[in-house]
Write a protein of this length. Structure first.
Length: 307
């Protein structure tokens, strides 16, 4: 059993690491020049992007690594999208349970010949036990990054590259049919850029703090996120999504996301999931989602095999 003191120490450690974030990102600009977060899950995108509460699936590699503590089955997944119809993105992920914890490995590649970004994600989530408030899990993700940019062919222009890394930290609390999540993305982040135009410099990706709620009630699942801006130049955001499973092979999803600083930036999304049982108890899952956005729509396709 998880004693109250253990729970309190875990929350205190989380708050302490969060307090270190401003020092880790000192000197960076308020807006990221690269490695923008797009959320790496077609299911979550179909539900407005709400993923901070965790799903207990490989998608928690990027949504909240603490959710990997609830992983039950090994999983392989692949995702493809073109963000706003412009930026091609590919993502491969694998997750499985080892001992008392869930672990995941992911490889993300986005961009083209002008700018190519690659990220290797290594994450783990471990349950800390059951206490008076529910079942608590702690998760940590490490990101290793590399980028290269330059003109196409023999055309003149600025070229360069970057390498670096980042740390994400998450907590998840399960209580009955509800899941509560707290996720700090880019808690510590640093990129070392080398440019033929600007020389060498450092730049990190600004951190984000998300709190999430997920509720499973029979054929319905609800998810909600609140993103708190940790930089003055960024806006707070909220996301809300719903999933309805009318049949064992079908899931229908819808959601919206809203920048809280203005009523103008509200975006809708829709998605569906199709699943089929295979021999040996394995399951194939296909998910698709579409984001309606002022910069252009984004279609996301994902296939997963649960072993």
């Amino acid at each position: 059993m998880l004693a109250y003191g253990t729970l309190r120490r875990g929350v205190a450690a989380f708050a302490f690491l969060l307090a270190l974030a401003p020092a880790a990102r000192a000197g960076q600009s308020a807006l990221p020049g690269a490695f923008a977060d797009i959320g790496l899950s077609a299911r979550a995108m179909g539900m407005g992007g709400a993923a901070a509460a965790g799903f207990g699936r490989a998608a928690d590699l990027s949504g909240n690594p603490a959710g990997l503590g609830g992983l039950v089955r090994p999983e392989l997944s692949a995702l493809q999208t073109e963000q706003f119809g412009l930026v091609p993105t590919y993502y491969l992920a694998a997750a499985r349970r080892l001992g008392g914890a869930g672990f995941g490995l992911g490889l993300l590649s986005s961009g083209d010949a002008l700018l190519r970004e690659n990220t290797l994600l290594i994450a783990g989530g471990r349950p800390l036990g059951d206490g008076r408030f529910g079942a608590l899990a702690l998760g940590l993700a490490l990101k290793l990054r590399h980028a290269a940019f330059g003109p196409e062919g023999d055309l003149p222009g600025i070229e360069g590259s970057a390498y670096g890394g980042a740390i994400d930290l998450g907590l998840q609390l399960r209580r009955g049919s509800a899941r509560y999540g707290l996720f700090v993305e880019e808690l510590a982040s640093d990129l070392r850029w080398q440019s033929s135009g600007l020389g060498a410099y450092h730049e990190g990706v600004p951190p984000t703090l998300r709190a999430g709620l997920g509720v499973d009630a029979g054929a319905l699942s609800l998810a909600a996120d609140l993103e708190v801006a940790l930089e003055a130049e960024r806006a707070h955001k909220a996301a809300l999504g719903v999933e309805w499973r009318p049949h064992a092979v079908l899931a229908l999803r819808g959601g919206l996301s809203q920048r809280l600083a203005t009523q103008e930036q509200r975006f809708l999304s829709a998605g569906l999931g199709l699943g089929a049982g295979l021999e040996g108890g394995r399951r194939f899952q296909f998910d698709a989602a579409y984001l309606f956005h002022e910069l252009g729509g984004s279609l996301r396709l994902e296939a997963a095999l649960l072993l």
